[in-house]
Design a protein around this ligand. Sequence first.
Ligand code: GLA
Length: 713
Amino acid sequence: MPAAPLHLRNGGVSLVLAPDPWGIPEVIHWGRAVSEHEADGLVATALSAIMNSSWDQPRSFSITASRFHGWSGTPALGVRTKLGVPVLLTRTHQAETTDSGSRASITIRDDGEQAEVIFHYDLAPSGILSAWVEVRATGVDVLEVTAARLVMPLPLRAGEILDFSGGWAGERRPQRRAVADGTWRRATHRGRPGHDAAYVSAVGTPGFGFRHGEVWAAHLAWSGNQEYFIERLPEGAGTHTGVLGIGEVLEPGEISLAPGETYRSPTALFAWSDHGLDGLSAHFHEWVRATPAYPRSPRPLLLNTWEAAYFDHDPAHLHRLADLAATIGVERFVLDDGWFEGRRHDQAGLGDWYVDTTVWPDGLRPLSDHVHSVGMQLGLWFEPEMANPDSNLVRAHPDWLLAEDPRLAFRHQFALDLAVPAAYVYILERISTIVEEVRVDFIKWDHNRDVYAGLSRTTGHPRSHDNVRLLYQLMDELRTRFPHLEIESCASGGGRIDLGITQHVQRVWASDTNDPVERQNIQLWTGLLLPPELIGSHVGMSEAHTTHRVTALSFRLITALFGHAGIEWDITRCAEDEITQLARWAALYKELRPLLHSGVTVRSDWVDKGALLHGVVSPDGRHALFAWVRLETSGTLHTSRVALPGLDPSRYYRVRVREEVGEASRHEVSDPPWFAGLGRHGVVLPGSLLGNEGVPLPLLNPANALLLELQAL
Ligand code: GLA
């Protein structure tokens, strides 16, 4: 370790590392960008007192978070020999920064030269810190890796935790609690992040909200087993108070390294913001938008056939649906589950990726040609990693499945082991053939079960890690073969949404619920991590299939607008006025998507219970769209001022209401006069007033929303 601290600085954030008393680097500071003088000052003041009943030297907290250096909390590393003897990684070998101070790597070894661990830190212009660990077996023994976590220190003021839980059709339910002594650990062993994924673990100054408070957050860019924890020991962590840790959950026997082999951990992403959750989103969205897999073409309006037809594939009906979709302005027609052999219900056929000629006697090419001839792309549903026992695939190759207790069927299906070479090749070749022969532009890639104990049938070892890596490889090979192909990540709705998969797909399916009341919150919180253009959001029929709640079309349309929009509804049964409204909405989506899909996401803290105010502001602050949403009746019977966040206070804005998709139903005798006076031409108001004091907005009935558009003069 050099005498000077390692100081990474980028995107308004600094990470400062310096050796602790044991010579292992510790994170001295992660947060606001500091000057070199400040960094030196932080290092000069980095040691705490020697406490009563404690070590005879100041406590510290190194990046290895090691028991051997006096840390009694969760360690960062678990590296053992085959006999179970821990490898003591205690010797810093090398530490350096590169790329004008935005990257650092720190190599740590053991005295016996059995292992080498490299911690990597990369601070992007978005302010997102990527960190990962490599563990290499450098001796003559096989080593087992049981943990490779990234653990960052937190200051005393980081006193409140926000993370997420949820279930099918109810993803990303926020939960908050105070930081206390002990460990708040969220772990998933589902083989995917799951509907209850912690998603983002954020710790902030108590009461932090969308627009205020200082927040430190972590997310694992990984689609398999994972853990997040916030931990506080009475003795603190050096001069810090608590820690925020993250890593892949590794089962015993999962990662064995032969001499010369390396385990690379998934990448942990750390974000810091001093203006609340909107600040975190701004960092995450900027980071995602700079990744190579991020889609750079306008997000096509799509129609998905699932809730329109389910397994009832009648080619004549689906042709009619496609025709009508094209007239409305749909740009991508997605044929969901049910097109392949034996798939007349969800209990059979999965894995047999051949077109079912009993329902599609001429194959899918006629549908595809028709869809393309009316100017749309074609999408097709696959669930490549799974198979039903009742399938030709499993009858012929039961050994391709991961070993699981047969009673653990889940939606009547089991997972394949992609590490079986023949299974991997079969999937790659079947999808490639269909994509080529049918001319597929888009795959909805589903994953409809948890995989708790996916063991290899040949070695008996857990295969979760390998299967996630092979999934990414499979998607990448397909996109190399078919560069135009786009992929959506679906897992019974939003069970596999993370920034690992977004480096291989162009869309995620946020939830199986198209009920707009549920969707408003699911999209709001999914948007903490992902920008709207990656989040699939569909208009369903008036009675939602998941909740049987009936809602107004205008509310469903406004809800679906704030994402990568689509329709999931048998529109051949729609009344004429519904078709007209859908067509108007399609035009509105196309008009507004340049703003919606490139802007800054903003959300208000100051609305009464049961209401939401969210929007998107263009990066130059000239154009904005807000949704004023009411989910429940209001507890207050008046219309206080509502501030519109994210505007440029130095500009004047023309405020207009966009009611092409229908008027919101009101819970009042008349609108506030200024609002009633908006008319076609709108009203001009200063951005400083709109953003600070705000304006009174109509009191809406529940399950209603209205759209406000603001253009700078
Ligand atoms: C999952 C998906 C749905 C649909 C069905 C098809 O549940 O989340 O959108 O594709 O599978 O079986």
